[in-house]
Design a protein around this ligand. Structure first.
Ligand SMILES: *[C@@H]1O[C@H](CO)[C@@H](O)[C@H](O)[C@H]1NC(C)=O
Ligand SMILES: *[C@@H]1O[C@H](CO)[C@@H](O)[C@H](O)[C@H]1NC(C)=O
Ligand SMILES: *[C@@H]1O[C@H](CO)[C@@H](O)[C@H](O)[C@H]1NC(C)=O
Length: 305
């Protein structure tokens, strides 16, 4: 009894004088292509960095699959819809996330987290940080860069084949087996892209306008998009700011504000822009190359504290 009273008093003191952490939300991370939730040199390191800068914060790095190797494989081969369901299950079943969370996506993880925000409104996502996420898809076969693994080279070949040599039916089919094909966006064949894309055209409301997507996206406090100034992996790198090519060619890029997606306000981005919910950041370096100092100052201190 005495011990319990003592503990109660202690926690009361802790409440009154302790650090004021009531505003700190947990963070959910979604890794990029060729990566996993937990490699110590990538997402593991980011998780540690956030935990060091924000004592007491809870960080969940999503593992899609039963093991780390399957997490890596699924990033290439599992239907995005299925990946989103798994991610949502992990989040819903984590009691620490029930009051909402901030999210941090790397490369395709930044695109998938936006899809997650649009499809599932609960628990609530507060700030969404997309680190080099291809929000308008990609056009160009990516460099495998630092994750130059055999799978990446295989993917490049398959994407190249699907994009340039094969039929519409094949392009449609390959999307069931190859994640990166679901956000392939051909500016020279916009019509065909819209008709054929099973993921990107859907979440960007290109064929039908799904009001749920708009409503849910607008619940975000901030949608922060980070573009890498010297990105050679994602083409065009401006897709990381939701920019896309001017129609009918693949050289000149136009601002988000000039795209038809924005002008027709198919995704509610115009409203979000007016409400100052869209944040465009840039950092020097190639894809996903940034310094700890930059990340702490521009992301952790501004959006996770
Ligand atoms: C927590 O911080 C906010 C804003 O700084 C303050 O208004 C509030 O009173 C604090 N709460 C506690 C329990 O210290
Ligand atoms: C809109 O999106 C929601 C959430 O994913 C889904 O449940 C609904 O079926 C979609 N509506 C249409 C018309 O596609
Ligand atoms: C990165 O891009 C900027 C702007 O295009 C350029 O000024 C800078 O020299 C580039 N840095 C490197 C290392 O290529």
């Amino acid at each position: 009894m005495k011990i319990i009273t003592f503990l109660c008093v202690l926690s009361l003191i802790g409440f009154v004088f302790g650090e004021n952490k009531t505003d700190i939300k947990p963070v959910v991370i979604w890794h990029g292509m060729g990566d996993s939730c937990c490699f110590p040199f990538s997402m593991g390191r980011i998780k540690k960095l956030i935990e060091r800068e924000v004592p007491g914060i809870y960080v969940l790095s999503l593992q899609i699959g039963d093991s780390i190797p399957s997490d890596v494989e699924n990033g290439y081969f599992m239907l995005v819809k299925k990946q989103l369901e798994i991610a949502h299950d992990l989040i819903v079943n984590d009691p620490k996330l029930k009051n909402g969370f901030n999210s941090l996506g790397f490369s395709q993880g930044g695109l998938f987290l936006r899809a997650l925000a649009q499809k599932y409104s609960s628990p609530a996502m507060y700030n969404l940080i997309s680190m080099g996420g291809p929000q308008q898809g990609v056009y160009g076969i990516p460099n495998c860069g630092s994750v130059a693994h055999e799978t990446c080279n295989y993917i490049r070949k398959l994407l190249n084949y699907a994009a340039y040599k094969s039929s519409f039916i094949f392009r449609r089919w390959v999307q069931n087996y190859l994640v990166q094909a679901t956000y392939w966006h051909d500016p020279l064949n916009e019509k065909e892209y819209r008709k054929g894309s099973i993921f990107l055209a859907d979440i960007n409301n290109e064929n039908v306008v799904n009001q749920t997507y708009i409503n849910n996206l607008q619940k975000l406090n901030k949608f922060v998009m980070v573009r890498f100034e010297n990105d050679t992996t994602v083409q065009p790198r401006d897709t990381e700011w939701f920019y896309w090519y001017k129609p009918g060619q693949a050289v000149e890029v136009q601002k988000l504000q000039d795209t038809y997606l924005y002008e027709e306000d198919r995704l509610g981005l115009k409203y979000m822009d007016e409400q100052k919910k869209l944040v465009f950041l840039e950092t020097p370096g190639d894809h996903l190359q940034f310094t700890d100092d930059w990340f702490v100052e521009n992301i952790i201190n501004k959006y996770f504290k």
